[in-house]
Design a protein around this ligand. Structure first.
Ligand code: FDA
Length: 394
């Protein structure tokens, strides 16, 4: 004999940032909400984010800081739940925070405070949270979504997909959202690792000797550029500038690094006038970490003293340093990607409510959706905003 299902107004799959926010908002509107996760703890990615301090939003959030096949999709939700709303929530919970750089807000204390805050908001809405649940089956019948786990069968007229993307599988991340979306006829924009280190081929081995060295650069891919730090690794390139550009990079594309974002034009020629007896390596050491200066000088292969180099040759060196080409041969993959770009196609979703246009009652929010933010708190802001948008209408 099959057991009768527990009936709720909404079932949310995934207790990450988006699912917790959505559950709290819907619960506080009086909806009976069931929030299910296969992990033994909610908000695991929140806990490890921002080096344990959670970069929970960015003051400069605008839709242009997001990648999506439809760049307009995120506007509505981001416009209706802005960083100020989340900051107000954080303040109401007495969580101290600070701006680190570039509008990035972090907890002074710990990311645990953000998870505790969201759980507290869920408790205010009487949300039923079920952890360590393996979802065995999802089906739609008689106007209800029926969810079967090892422990129970639950049903509700609304189902929210909030199970994120496959980045960092060892933390329990899965492509479950895509399987479920496909089951209901929604399309998937090819997922790919984003905010991820890039790898370099063996020919670029010289740079691998720089592992651990970082420099302030402008990284460019096509028309997109980011001014931040670049970190050399034994596999290739990382650091904020590279993570940002990785979201825009596709296989086969070169990237260009400007190692001289601050230096005035003719910097090296001026240097020669002032110190004609020094080598290029010594000149570069005045603006770069020593190991980087050595490798760049080696590659530039301009022997002897600056006095022996023509102004033209030195200007050529400056040009090379301002657009140093790298040809990455890949990324470090989902294992190291901070987020997944691509995901459930926004074409099938309402930008106001996140509801699937052809499957009334089915919603998708957070990283599961084809909306990917820059590095710096933008992805959590999307999780809060999309979770709020759905939570308001469930
Ligand atoms: P999220 O992945 O957080 O949650 C999905 C939930 O679904 C998880 O709890 C998971 O267990 C559950 N789930 C998955 N598959 C399931 C299944 N089959 N059955 C049941 N449950 C399932 N962003 C930012 O803005 N600021 C930052 O500081 C950082 N820092 C950061 C560091 C690191 C190391 C990573 C990996 C990522 C970040 N991010 C970030 C990105 C940010 O963590 C991410 O964008 C959000 O957590 C996405 O929230 P979601 O709720 O959509 O998915």
């Amino acid at each position: 004999m099959t057991r009768p299902p527990h009936i709720y107004d909404a079932i949310i799959l995934g207790a990450g940032g988006a699912g917790l926010m959505c559950a709290a908002v819907a619960g506080q509107r009086g909806r009976r909400v069931l929030l299910i996760d296969h992990a033994d703890q909610p908000g695991k990615k929140i806990l490890i984010s921002g080096g344990g301090r959670c970069n929970f939003t960015n003051l400069h959030t605008t839709p242009s800081c997001y990648l999506s096949a439809n760049p307009h999709f995120a506007k509505s939700a981001l416009g209706r739940y802005q960083p100020q709303e989340f900051i107000a929530l954080v303040n109401r919970h007495g969580i101290a925070w600070h701006e680190k750089t570039l509008g990035q807000l972090f907890c002074d204390g710990s990311a645990k405070q953000i998870v505790a805050m969201l759980l507290d908001e869920c408790a205010k809405g009487d949300v039923t949270l079920r952890l360590s649940q393996t979802i065995r089956d999802v089906r739609h019948a008689d106007g209800h979504f029926h969810i079967k786990t090892d422990e129970q069968i639950a049903a509700a007229p609304a189902l929210v997909i909030a199970t994120g993307g496959p980045s960092i599988p060892k933390m329990g991340a899965t492509g479950f959202a895509y399987d479920l979306a496909r089951q209901f006829g929604l399309k998937i924009v090819q997922p790919k690792p984003a905010l991820v280190p890039l790898t370099l081929p063996a020919e670029e081995k010289l740079f691998s000797t720089l592992s651990g060295v970082s420099a302030d650069v402008v990284a460019r891919c096509g028309k997109t550029a980011f001014r931040e730090a670049c970190l050399f690794t034994h596999k290739g390139l990382s650091g904020p500038a590279i993570l940002q550009i990785s979201s825009y990079w596709t296989h086969g594309q070169p990237i260009a690094i400007n190692f001289l974002p601050e230096s005035p034009a003719d910097w090296l020629v001026t240097f020669k006038r002032q110190k004609p007896r020094v080598s290029l390596r010594t000149a570069l050491s005045s603006v770069f970490p020593d190991r980087l200066a050595a490798v760049l000088a080696d590659r530039l292969a301009l022997p002897g003293e600056l006095a022996n180099c023509t102004d033209r040759a030195l200007r050529g060196v400056e040009q090379q340093l301002a657009a140093w080409p790298f040809q990455p041969n890949g990324t470090e993959g989902f294992a190291k990607a901070e987020v997944t770009a691509g995901g459930i196609s926004t074409a099938a979703l309402s930008s106001r409510t996140m509801e699937a246009k052809v499957v009334p009652g089915l919603y998708a929010i957070g990283e599961a959706v084809d909306v990917t933010g820059w590095l710096g708190g933008y992805n959590f802001q999307w999780a809060w905003a999309s979770g709020y948008a759905a939570g308001e209408v469930l």
